[in-house]
Design a protein around this ligand. Structure first.
Ligand SMILES: Nc1c(N[C@@H]2O[C@H](COP(=O)(O)O)[C@@H](O)[C@H]2O)[nH]c(=O)[nH]c1=O
Ligand SMILES: [Zn+2]
Length: 392
């Protein structure tokens, strides 16, 4: 890599409150080289997409005299952090170097020793951080420790992109729940299926590929029993090199087909949540096929999210029908919406829509999305946005 002129970003104010959802650092003049290195960190971090929960995705790059001398990423919880791999790859060339890391280095003894100490011992001169770690065990402490050791620390380079990659981790840490993402595909007239329930395929192939990537990035994907009956989905990432989410079915009655793609657990695991009193014979049949079955006295989206949090999950994709989607929204199990809109018309007063009854009586009660973006995916449009945090 070409050596680039040293342009030192102006000094940065330390964020007052790292526990906020919006970017916290605004005063930063990052040069193109810093941005490029941080984007490389994110590229490295994403190599472990879907595999690090409850830990974050983190990448690190060591630069000596404008040249990359070591790279690393965090492969999964319990294994060394990104910085450790990058320092190891750099070896002696880490001394006097600048290390870029997409998340603030940790300063605690967890499953692994603190990265702050590893950086100090390796003799790095400067640490460029993408975002402050919202984890209260770290939350600024890592940067403070580095500064106390005389290391120059810069924070906030490509911060928005760093936060986006770890939005599930951030949500988990702040709210003690996984981030819930409701994804649906609808026609231009707002239908997700025909009146008879046929729904394949609303969107084009590019949009479907996008959904497969989304599944690879999530820890679980949830559907209701009706989706199993109507669509018989795989719910996998359809990519043998990518992670598959835990496939979760919510079914009170277990009134489900004996043969379904989700009951084949060779490719990806399946978990069925049901209520006490549903058929034990059906439960046993599922267990024999390797499906995990858990009974609740009363099955709700909130309980499902609590359980998935306890399992260490950061992000949960809801790919369910309208009734379950409305319940999930009403119970605060959904924070993000991803709506694919296909330029097609189905028509019909009774063709199903993506979100069932929320009990609203006036347009003033409509839930406005925040931080909305619109993107063309093949011949469809993807609208993404976040529900206001008051719904919780
Ligand atoms: N840099 C960085 C992390 N930094 C911090 O360490 C915490 C996990 O600590 P531990 O349980 O010891 O692995 C995690 O929640 C985050 O706050 N974690 C990671 O898994 N990978 C990394 O590259
Ligand atoms: Zn660490």
């Amino acid at each position: 890599m070409d050596k680039l002129p040293e342009i030192s970003p102006t000094s940065l104010s330390f964020p007052q409150d790292p526990l906020v959802e919006e970017p916290v650092v605004t005063e930063i003049i990052a040069n193109d080289f810093d941005s490029a290195m941080m984007l490389r960190c994110l590229e490295l971090a994403a190599m472990a997409l879907g595999q690090t929960s409850p830990n974050p995705l983190v990448g690190a790059v060591v630069v000596q005299n404008g040249e990359v001398v070591g790279e690393g990423f965090h492969p999964r919880a319990g294994e060394p952090h990104a910085e450790v791999f990058a320092l190891k790859a750099a070896g002696e060339r880490a001394r006097g170097s600048t290390i870029y890391v997409s998340l603030e280095p940790c300063n605690h003894y967890g499953r692994t020793p603190p990265c702050s100490e590893a950086l100090i011992n390796a003799g790095v001169s400067k640490v460029v951080v993408g975002m402050v770690d919202p984890n209260p065990l770290v939350a600024g402490g890592g940067m403070a420790r580095l500064r106390a050791a005389g290391i120059e620390v810069v924070v906030g380079v490509e911060e928005a992109a760093c936060r986006r990659l770890n939005e599930g981790f951030i949500h988990r840490i702040l709210y003690q729940r996984p981030l819930g993402i409701l994804k649906y595909a609808m026609t231009l007239d707002g239908k997700i299926a025909t009146t008879s329930g046929h729904s394949t395929w609303v969107t084009n192939q590019d949009a479907r590929t996008e959904v497969h990537r989304l599944r690879a990035a999530c820890d679980a994907v949830v559907v209701g029993g009706n989706t199993v009956i109507q669509d018989n989905p795989y719910l996998t990432s359809h990519n043998s090199n990518a992670h598959n989410p835990l496939r979760v079915v919510m079914s009170r009655s277990l009134n489900l087909p004996e043969q379904a793609r989700l009951w084949d657990t060779r490719e990806a695991p399946t978990l069925v949540f049901t209520e006490v009193g549903s058929s034990q014979t059906f439960q046993n049949m599922l267990r024999e096929k390797g499906v995990e079955v858990l009974e609740f006295r009363s099955l709700t989206p909130e309980q499902v999210m609590t359980h998935l949090y306890e399992r260490g999950f950061c992000s949960v994709l809801w790919e369910c029908g309208g009734i379950l989607a409305a319940n999930a929204i009403a119970q605060g199990a959904v924070q993000k919406i991803m709506a694919f809109i296909a330029p097609k018309i189905i028509g019909g007063n009774h063709a199903p829509t993506p979100v069932g009854d929320l009990g609203l009586t006036s347009m003033t009660q409509a839930l406005p999305l925040e931080r909305v973006s619109w993107r063309i995916v093949g011949s469809d449009c993807l609208v993404e946005g976040y529900l206001p945090s008051v719904i919780k």
